[in-house]
Design a protein around this ligand. Structure first.
Ligand SMILES: [Zn+2]
Length: 491
């Protein structure tokens, strides 16, 4: 993720020699987890269910063992409806898909039609609707789906939608939708998509295909999902992402990455808030607390139906804020290279990778000045530094904050977050310039191979010793002298 750096502003570097001046820009600090789950993507506990578990039933595998005949028929009806939705989608048969929706609710039909068309437009060629936990939830008090003169039983259910774009996604993602079903003349149809919203709210706006009509741009290596009202921005973003992917692939030959990226650029506030928790950068607001321009998240591969569920990670998605979508300059293009580096390393390691390395390698790639060699002075001219850091490094009073823990790294004031990024970047720039840039990828893979349950300090010490034959204190002091050396090339 990229934290926006308008407060405190960075000092662009003015070189002693004029060559590189043109590149001096006030830049954006990158912030995100890439492969590290962000606090606001934590799954929430679903509400108490109408417990119909299979306690004491004759066939332990029969989830419906304790149910009445009517309840069994209901469950079979709901199951049949989700199976028919899957078959209709596979057959590209919109009419058959909508035949599973209560025709009396024209607004609901419109929303379900938009969802069907959005999934197709984005390019999901594998979509399956399922009901893994076969649990039903009570409707909110006062909600009724009785047809005129025909009282109908209705329940809410957590419907899993498994999605994959086979040419882009390595793994299938799982999203939970809260749908309500009612008996309509012996057939169980979808009659609502909001009843379970309160319980499942995190999942009702986390995907662009759940909301208004999407506008999609497809390139050889990228799919960008936005809205028609921002067509020009989405078109430009797609071209820039395609270009940035080329730049990232030129540096990192990561076997686990297929060299492609799916980007969400939806500006719907429900989506943006579900992704950034209100901490997305806004074009005219400077905040004390760090705000973000973009992020990369890992979609889950297994449904989150209970707090106890530890979801598997499936496939990365790059998410840009409405603010970044509207920007077109050297910093915004640097942010794209930063985020795409997270996508490239998405399968190289998760929570066991120190956050300074996750962000440092992304920031290093964002401001790499091209060419085969590492150009520390050029990168510093391109990225710049926060004004205070600029002065401290010159005076020799700079205290690097090399932070491994994501919780400490991303939270707090803009100043704190920009310092953690700057330190991560300078440390990775020093490592690339001293040990060769591919040593960063080896360091990442070594950390990724460790268990996330291990003590982060022990993991860091082990990978620094194994890959760089060094230790934290030496690395920090060498980074400090290195930063002073490249800084001295500027006034
Ligand atoms: Zn980042």
């Amino acid at each position: 993720m990229t934290v926006d750096q308008r407060a405190p502003r960075r000092t662009p570097g003015r070189l002693l020699r004029t060559g590189l001046l043109a590149a001096a820009v006030a830049a954006v600090v990158a912030l995100d987890t890439g492969a590290v789950p962000l606090p606001f993507s934590t799954p929430v506990a679903l509400p108490d269910r109408v417990s119909q578990g299979s306690q004491g039933g004759t066939d332990p595998d029969d989830a419906d063992a304790d149910l009445s005949a009517g309840e069994r028929a209901r469950n079979d009806g709901i199951e049949a409806a989700t199976a028919a939705m899957t078959a209709a989608y596979a057959a590209k048969d919109e009419a058959a898909f909508l035949a599973l929706v209560d025709p009396a609710d024209t607004k609901l039909v419109t929303r379900m039609r938009t969802m069907f068309r959005n999934l197709r437009a984005i390019g999901y060629d594998e979509v399956a609707f399922g009901w893994p936990d076969r649990q039903t939830y009570p409707l909110p008090a006062g909600t009724s789906y009785d047809a005129p003169g025909a009282p109908a039983e209705a329940v809410a259910a957590a419907v899993e939608v498994r999605t994959r774009i086979s040419s882009f996604d390595r793994k299938t993602a799982s999203t939970v939708l809260g749908l309500s079903f009612a008996d309509r003349g012996g057939r169980w149809l979808v009659v609502g998509d909001k009843d379970a919203a309160e319980e499942l709210d995190l999942y009702t706006a986390s995907e662009p295909w759940m909301l208004g009509s999407v506008y999609v741009v497809k390139k050889a290596h990228t799919i960008v999902v936005g809205e028609a009202k921002r067509k020009r921005d989405v078109d430009r973003l797609a071209a820039q992402v395609e270009q940035a992917i080329g730049a990232v692939r030129a540096v990192w030959k990561i076997k686990s990455w297929n060299g492609k990226a799916v980007v969400y650029a939806t500006t719907d506030r429900r989506f943006v808030d579900s992704q950034f928790g209100g901490r997305d950068a806004k074009s005219n607001k400077v905040t004390k607390e760090a705000v973000f321009d973009a992020k990369v998240e890992m979609l889950y591969g297994t449904p989150v139906l209970d707090l106890a569920d530890i979801p598997e990670e499936a496939t990365p998605r790059m998410v840009v804020t409405p603010f970044l979508l509207g920007r077109n300059n050297a910093q915004s293009r640097a942010v794209l290279r930063h985020e795409l580096t997270h996508v490239a390393f998405a399968y190289e390691g998760g929570e066991s990778v120190p956050t300074w390395l996750v962000e440092g390698i992304a920031e290093y790639t964002a401001f790499r000045t091209g060419g085969s060699g590492v150009d520390g002075v050029g990168a510093l001219a391109a990225r710049g530094l926060p004004r205070t850091t600029w002065t401290e490094i010159k005076r020799g009073t700079w205290k690097p904050s090399l932070v491994a823990d994501p919780g400490d790294f991303y939270s707090g004031t803009s100043k704190h977050v920009s310092d953690t990024y700057t330190t991560g970047w300078l440390t990775c720039l020093y490592i690339a310039d001293s040990y060769g840039e591919q040593s960063l990828a080896r360091l990442y893979a070594a950390a990724g191979a460790r268990s996330p349950d291990e003590d982060p300090e022990a993991v860091e010490a082990a990978i620094l010793k194994k890959v760089l034959k060094t230790k934290r204190s030496t690395l920090v002091s060498e980074t400090k002298s290195y930063a002073r050396r490249i800084r001295s090339r500027f006034v």
